[in-house]
Design a protein around this ligand. Sequence first.
Ligand SMILES: Nc1nc2c(ncn2[C@@H]2O[C@H](COP(=O)(O)OP(=O)(O)OP(=O)(O)O)[C@@H](O)[C@H]2O)c(=O)[nH]1
Ligand SMILES: [Mg+2]
Length: 555
Amino acid sequence: MRLCIVGIGGAGGKITQEFLGNEDLDFQLLSHITGAEYLSPGKMQGIWLEADKNDAKNIQHFFGDMEEGCYPCFYIPHDAVADGCAVHVAVKEKYGYDVKKQGFVRDAQYLKAVFEIFDTDKEIQALVAQTMNKEMVESMGGNANQAPNPIFDSAWNAIRDFTTLGKGECDGILFVVSFGGGTGTGFINPIINHIRNEGKADYPVFALGILTEPGDYADKAQFSKSARRNLAAISAIYDLLTKGGGANGVIIVDNEILLERYGNDYVAANQFIHKMMQPLVAARDYPGEIPPSQAVAQHSSGGLSRPPIFVPLFASLPRSADPEEALIKKALSEEGKLFGCSPEKADFAMVFCRGFIDSEKIREILSRETGIAPESIWPSRKMGEGNNEILILLRNPYGGDPKAYQKVGTLENRFCMVISQALQYMSQQPEDLFYEGKQEEKGKKDGKPAEQVKLTEASKEALKMFFFGPDGSGQKSGFVFELTEARKRLRDGRKEDKPFFIHPLRIFQKDAPVPKEGTKSTGLINGDEDIARIVDQRINEKLVELGLIEEIMMG
Ligand SMILES: Nc1nc2c(ncn2[C@@H]2O[C@H](COP(=O)(O)OP(=O)(O)OP(=O)(O)O)[C@@H](O)[C@H]2O)c(=O)[nH]1
Ligand SMILES: [Mg+2]
């Protein structure tokens, strides 16, 4: 298994940086002078996708610019659209979305909408096709399932050559994002959809997402309140988990747990995330036990119709005789859990170990301690360096307990909290959903207000439909309805209510005409007959105008 780590957004980039440290750290200068190959432990490779150019170019110094041939590097996907070019202007005029906006919009819907516009609008697609450069056209390879899309095509181009799908050797991708900002949450789903639409149905793709912490610690850096961060987080998670054939698994870590442990120190938290993932990603497999990413992907999502949630449990202990029992017990304790959960409810467990570990004992002890059937436990091990380590990934460890949502420390409880905050935010500040709120959105650098997004009526209609359904109530369909239903499932705690997010939702529907600017849907058009009636009426009006008939004749 050799993963390509793709960090997206601020936290995604910082965590990726931990993974991509140079193995030849002591000789970094020498390596640089001699042009030696940059080598990360486990021969991992990766890239950082970011929207904020200033952060990427001037604030951090680990990643260089991909455009300048650096490695490790960052890439700014929306740079693929030239400022003021036909596509940029057309999307802005028709929809009000500025595809070059640099991530000041802290929500997951912004980039979702942009992706769906390119995915559905034939006019925009034609414009893109006209203006795309040769390299991009070639890279598209004439794919019938996928309309050209400069932002996501170019992002995928930046990633692909690290992977076996291009010229590289990584046989799987691990996306790393935080659930709570705009860039990571907005980008993760479109980019995975993009990879899958290109026909890469069985290439292993995993996501590691850090759920934003409650409280106001992140408010200042993010210019975004907890409720809004929770909406962004749950939107991204919703889309990830409802996309059948999407990611092979979504590993979630709770920032609340990490920040409590590390006293609000993001750097220490990121170092821990790196450490915790080592049993999965590090090199030095046991001889004869080298699981390719493909095998991990199959075990992870095999037999499921939607991507599963994985809760990581981690323990590290000095080497000892018979280490299995102590490792498992420590991982299962409160200290080991990186997200609230009920281990006994998991329907599968993948266990990655480092050190002198007996796989059979792992299976036996974990089954005994949790009640998970031995055949639903898949152990895999690597040679260790220092301590013995274990990373248990519990698949969907929730459900089947109607009281769970009331207990702190369960997945049900944490998700109900995030959903409730998101629902409350949407009902209290609906204008924010259309970027019309009074909330101050400030540019980072000079404190000047960032340019406001002004959506067209057509976009507002589409978003309204997405959030609240056709009747605008949020009681029968739409995202608000789906979240309310999901919370009900979590509270009911019925076994059959797993998974809790079910219906994929779009903002812009495929094959639905976008209403022209200035027209407003009355909701009274029902099928072809109504359209014919309206067309007849328009013709009659024209005839009257031209003096060819005297009055409107309607049947
Ligand atoms: N663990 C960890 N969490 C972070 C870090 N930085 C930010 N966060 C958390 O992640 C959330 C999102 O922050 P970012 O990752 O900076 O957001 P983004 O994806 O760049 O999106 P923008 O809103 O467009 O900047 C914050 O609300 C914090 O909860 C970090 O370095 N480590
Ligand atoms: Mg950011």
